[in-house]
Design a protein around this ligand. Structure first.
Ligand code: CUA
Length: 326
């Protein structure tokens, strides 16, 4: 933010340096070859110009195997370097570390709604701790938006009807721009916000400052009762619907014999389009909640379902060897 001309935004995340290094490599390679080719064209045009009308035309050149191999192999080598370098950064950017803190993002025309698992809600502002990886689970209430933080070198589209994710690990405390990077209507340019990277202790203080509404999971629990989900989804498995306790992350069999893992997207689909994938052995009697629950409430319900398995802290079920009775 000084008076010096800044070519790139600050490097405020763990991947920013890597992204910039590749970027400068690409610029460097492009500049080197552009100058080399332009220079040689001019040099040869001057050197081999026709000096007089009487000068005979030169012999036309024919192939040169050695030369052709050289100009094929060198570019191949360079593009492979670019490919593997780029792919490795891409993998890093797309794989959040296991210990990342999850934060939920719901985009809508024209604002960012951010929700911490502990209960804090924010609009167009996101407070995160310094040095801790943060994973964003994102969805949209209307059209496509894109979560863009230049200082973190991160940009991820946010789509209606499904979850996308991105992650970053801030390495510098401060305040950074958040933009929407996908044209989403009249006020697209106003869909901006701030990321506040705080010292971890300040962050803890901030976090405990206003979680009056309870955690996401506890609000989901309440909603689960309010919507009367408990009438069918009984935890002891005696209900007409599948028990949801400890269901998250498990592999289940659905009608037709296919096996699927229960994840965010499956739970989301099962709440909005219950008939899409029925658990084997159950009747397709669940009504849809499309239009009855908001994106925020969906997140709460999913967090609640995730939390049910953790309560008892039972050791994981027996691995392999025995088939679960259905
Ligand atoms: Cu949201 Cu552009």
């Amino acid at each position: 933010m000084g008076s010096t001309l800044q070519i790139l935004p600050e490097q405020a995340s763990s991947v920013a340096g890597q992204v910039d290094a590749l970027y400068f490599f690409l610029i460097g390679i492009s500049a080197f070859f552009s100058l080399l080719i332009a220079g040689l064209v001019i040099f040869f045009a001057v050197k081999y110009r026709r000096r007089s009308e009487s000068e005979p035309a030169p012999e036309p050149a024919t192939g040169g195997t050695a030369l052709e191999i050289v100009w094929s192999v060198i570019p191949l080598g360079i593009t492979m370097v670019i490919f593997f370098w780029g792919a490795s950064i891409f993998f890093t950017i797309n794989r959040p570390p296991d210990d990342a803190t999850e934060i939920h993002v719901v985009a809508k025309q024209w604002m960012w709604k951010l929700q911490h698992l502990e209960g804090q809600r924010e609009i167009n502002e996101l407070h995160i701790p310094l040095g801790r990886a943060v994973r964003l689970k994102m969805t949209s209430e209307d059209v496509i938006h894109s979560f863009y933080v230049p200082a973190f070198r991160t940009k991820q589209d946010v789509l209606p009807g499904r979850y996308t994710q991105t992650w970053f690990k801030p390495i510098k405390a401060g305040k950074y721009h958040l933009f929407c990077a996908e044209y989403c209507g009249t006020n697209h340019s106003g869909m901006i916000g701030w990321i506040h990277v705080m010292d971890p202790t300040e962050y803890q203080a901030w976090l405990s400052g206003g979680a009056g509404e309870g955690t996401l999971a506890s609000r989901g629990d309440k909603l689960f009762q309010d919507l009367a989900c408990t009438n069918c989804h009984k935890n002891d498995g005696s209900g007409r619907g599948h028990s949801l306790e400890g269901l998250f992350g498990k592999t289940i069999e659905i009608e037709g014999g296919q096996k699927i893992t229960v994840d965010d997207d499956y739970l989301r689909e099962s709440i909005l389009s219950p008939q899409a994938k029925i658990v084997a052995g159950y009747q397709p009697i669940m009504p849809t909640f499309q239009g009855l629950v908001t994106e925020d409430q969906l997140l709460q319900l999913i967090e609640y379902i995730k939390s049910t398995g953790k309560k008892g802290e039972k050791p994981a079920a027996k691995p392999a060897g025995r088939k679960e009775a259905r």
